[in-house]
Design a protein around this ligand. Structure first.
Ligand SMILES: [Zn+2]
Length: 95
């Protein structure tokens, strides 16, 4: 692995991954969905646009990085943003 790649991998490790679920978004013409998760820092749901299944599956999972929508100024997400990882309702219940 090149030094640049290693550095990037190290940076990624410091970025949290948030678990959420997907909602269909009928108003999106390109099949984009909505990703929603409960933010423990703000204590309410954050929502982000999320690519359609085919597009998501062909991408690196590290591409779904988003800037945090935190309104809590003390939230650590504000510094790093986070990676979105969708889970099914069943999977969320089990974790
Ligand atoms: Zn938040």
């Amino acid at each position: 692995m090149s030094t640049a790649k290693k550095k990037l991998a190290e940076q990624r490790k410091k970025i949290p991954i948030v678990k959420g679920y997907l909602i269909e978004n009928p108003s999106s013409e390109k099949g984009w969905r909505l990703f929603r998760f409960w933010c423990p820092h703000c204590r309410y749901y954050h929502q982000h646009g999320f690519p359609p299944a085919e597009e998501y599956n062909s991408r690196s999972k590290y591409e779904e990085h988003r800037a945090a929508h935190c309104t809590n100024m003390d939230s650590p997400f504000r510094d790093t943003g986070y990676f979105l990882r969708p889970f099914t309702a069943k999977e969320l219940q089990e974790t």
